[in-house]
Structure formats: C-alpha cells, structure tokens
Design a binder for this molecule. Structure first.
Ligand code: ATP
Ligand code: MG
Length: 420
C-alpha cells in the first residue's frame, strides 16, 4: 500500500511561485507607501486570548459567534487564531504604552487572518490582510486621510476600477436610539424577513442592513436610515469628512446601508468594492472605532483604520511578470569544466545575478532546452574546445549570437551585459 497523500485544509490555499510576484508587488507597495504618511509597521502574534476578540469584536458578530478558530492549549487557556488585526494591535498599543511618547501613533501591518467561513471564490478560511490604523486623532481630517491612503495604496498596486462607498453610523450618543428605532421597525416586519434577519432584529439589528437575501430587500429599503438620526456632532463630523474628500478630489458614493459587522465602529465607515470580484466584491473596509481602546482596558484613545483583503487585491491585478527568470545558465559539457563552472556560478551569484547550471552531466541539446525553459538571458558553454582555449562560449539567447570570452573575463563580461 502506498502512503496516504495529504491535501491543504479546506479553505486554505498554497500561494505558488507562479503567482508570488503579485504578492511581492502589493507587499512592496505597502512598505513604500505607508511610511510616507507616518504609518510604522507592527507585527503582532497570530493568536491571542479568546476574550480579546470576544470583547474587541463583539460577541454578537458573525465572526465571534461562529467563525473563530478557538482552541484550548495544553495549559488550559482559551486561545484564538486572529480573525482580524485591529484587536491585537490595540492590545499591543495598550500593553507597550505606545501612545505615551506619541499621542497619535500610526501603524500598518500585514499577515494571515483566520475565519471559519464557507469557502468560495475570494473567501477563504486562512486569508491575508493589509491593515492600517491611526490612534488618538478625533478630527475629521484623519478620516479623510485614512480614505486617501487606502485609495493611494490601491493605485500604487495598480488597481484601476473600484468604487469608494461611504457612510456614518453615529456614535454612542445617537446610535443606541437609532438601533431601537430600527428594531421597532423590524419587529413590525418580522413576517416578511428571512430567519437570520429575525434573529438579528433582537441580537444586532444593524446587521439586517447588510442582508443579501433578495426577498428582504424591499423591506430593508423602507427602514429608517441612520443618516436621519445622527446627533449634531456626528452630522458635522461627517459633513467635514465629505468636504475634505471633495477638496482632495476623491469621489465616493453614499450608502446608508453600509454598516460594519464590528460593534466598536463609530461614525465614518467606508468600503472599496470592485465589480470584477463578483459576489465577494469588497476589497477593503474600514472606519472609526473611538470606543475600542477603552473597551480593551486602555486609555480613552480614538482610533480609525481599514483592512484590505490581499487575495482579492491580487486577483484584481494584471498578472505581473514572472520573477523566476534566470540571468545566466552555465553549461559545463566536459567533466573538466565542472570546477570552473562552480567558481563562476559562485562569483556571478555574489555579484547579484540569478544563475543556474546543469549538474547532472546531460548533453548540450538537453541543456539548451533547459536554458530555454528557464528563459535564461545568457548561456555560457564550456566543452572540449573551450577548455583547450580556456574560454567560455557566451550565447545571448535574445539574438542567438555567441562570442568567445576569456575565462578570466567572463564574470565581468556577463555582469556588464546584464547590467548595461
Ligand atoms: P465580506 O463582506 O467580504 O465578508 P468583511 O466585512 O467580513 O468582508 P472585513 O472584516 O472588514 O470584511 O475585512 C476586510 C477585508 O478583508 C474584506 O474587504 C475582504 O477583502 C477581506 N476578507 C474578509 N474576509 C475574507 C475571507 N474569508 N477571505 C478572503 N478575504 C476576506
Ligand atoms: Mg465577512
């Protein structure tokens, strides 16, 4: 019996070398862009105490109630693989007192997140996010900046067609009254709503606005709107955010149904969508979470940020050039050529070139085939003649021209050709 084969766990996927260039591109864009706005990279653990997420995200949310990978470790603690980045970053800000020196610290992060959702295109159980967070700033200008940095990032990655959607969901002063108004309206419509929405009516009425069931849509469209129930401060804040976005030339669509699944979001919420993604059309989502830091035992520090799905962004970008291309392929054809080839290979690699060579002693024809497959720019051949003359035959694969180069000069020669 042959040994059993294994497969990646459902909802997880391998990112294979052929698709890695898109990932490198968006990671490099993050490293380059966010520091321009003062965001510094932070890396937090992939697992935390379960209670951090339960408190930070909200027990009634889908994430906490049914999607978390929670386990007890050998010491009996309940741990959870992070389903999102904000709670961990907030924990780190509090734990290391990061707001002590700089009252308005800014961070960015990237890494894997884990949610036990139903896998489908653009939805996985392990996926990756780029995350940006700004603390300690309550003025509308930072809301506008967060939106601007999100769009600048998408542009830097090469994403063209996407739409920014914007809303305000009020704050602790005005939202509770709106939620009650909404709940009362929903109770009257209970008979016309799906089972999930009937449950949400009691647990988390705002989530009803997010319902995708077609039959529910006419009812939901007729529900009271948060925009008509904002307090004066929230109204002014939102008006100023929009004025600044206009000033920056950023276009958006208002959507009164844009609510985030996370309880701690206040005021500004936004999302960037792309039609090209199909059903899972959200590329990134974010907003303000002024109550969270305090909720997690920290100082009264405001926060705002966004999280972007890296799988979805990579899917949207044009295929980047394969990075696997080889600069020089060495073809030692006689046993005597092996040692010079090993030394040349080392020197060229030290000089920063991508070099591969034939190690299995195959003939010229099969070596040239391999060089072609690797899309090598140059091939350096050393057979009996070349050994006798102490040269390498250097073939430029683009023009199919070849020239004899003295062994002592070949490293410099190839470097000059490839760099020049
Ligand atoms: P969705 O509406 O698609 O479920 P969400 O509201 O759960 O998104 P957030 O929690 O705000 O999303 O996460 C931000 C981004 O992370 C999303 O816009 C999406 O691009 C990505 N994302 C979320 N969940 C997944 C997943 N299971 N697989 C892949 N990407 C995801
Ligand atoms: Mg979701």
């Amino acid at each position: 019996m042959s040994p059993r084969k294994f497969q990646a766990i459902k909802g997880t996927r391998d990112i294979l070398p052929a698709e890695i260039s898109g990932w490198h591109r968006i990671e490099a864009a993050a490293r380059e862009l966010f520091p321009r706005y003062g965001y510094r990279e932070i890396r937090t653990p992939v697992f935390e105490e379960t209670e951090l997420f339960a408190r930070g995200i909200g027990a009634e949310t889908d994430i906490v109630s049914k999607e978390m990978y929670t386990f007890e470790d050998q010491g009996g603690s309940s741990l959870t693989l992070r389903p999102e980045a904000t709670a961990g970053i907030v924990r780190a800000v509090i734990e290391h007192n990061l707001a002590a020196d700089d009252p308005a610290p800014k961070f960015w992060a990237l890494g894997p997140m884990f949610r036990r959702e139903r896998p489908q295109k653009g939805r996985y159980r392990q996926f990756h996010q780029v995350d940006v967070e700004a603390f300690g700033m309550s003025r509308p200008s930072i809301d506008a900046e967060i939106v601007e940095v999100a769009l600048a990032y998408l542009e830097a990655c090469g994403l063209r067609d996407c739409e920014l959607v914007l809303n305000s969901t009020g704050d602790a002063k005005c939202r509770p009254a709106y939620v009650e108004t909404l709940r009362a309206a929903l109770r009257k419509e209970a008979g016309r709503l799906c089972a999930d929405c009937q449950r949400r009516t009691e647990t988390n009425p705002l989530r009803v606005l997010d319902c995708k069931v077609p039959e529910d849509q006419p009812v939901i469209d007729g529900l009271p709107r948060i925009g008509d129930h904002l307090c004066a401060e929230c109204r002014d804040h939102f008006a100023e955010v929009r004025r600044e976005l206009d000033l920056l030339g950023i276009r958006y669509r208002l959507d009164h149904r844009l609510v985030r699944g996370l309880d701690y979001y206040t005021r500004t919420t936004f999302e960037v969508t792309s039609g090209a993604l199909g059903a899972q059309n959200s590329v990134l989502g974010g907003g303000r979470y002024d109550g969270l830091v305090k909720e997690l035992g920290g100082p009264d520090l405001t926060g705002i940020g966004f999280a972007l799905g890296m799988e979805r962004l990579v899917m949207l970008l044009p295929q980047a050039e394969d990075e696997g291309r080889c600069d020089v392929f060495l073809a030692p054809l006689v046993p005597d050529a092996l040692d010079p080839a090993l030394l040349l290979q080392r020197d060229l690699r030290r000089a920063g070139l991508r070099v591969l060579m034939e190690n299995e002693g195959r003939g010229l024809k099969s070596q040239m085939k391999k060089a072609d497959k690797l899309r090598a720019r140059f091939v350096a051949i050393r057979g009996e003649d070349e050994r006798a003359k102490d040269i390498w035959m250097v073939r430029d694969m683009a023009g199919s021209v070849q020239e004899e180069v003295k062994a002592g000069d070949v490293a410099r020669h190839l470097e000059a050709k490839l760099r020049g």
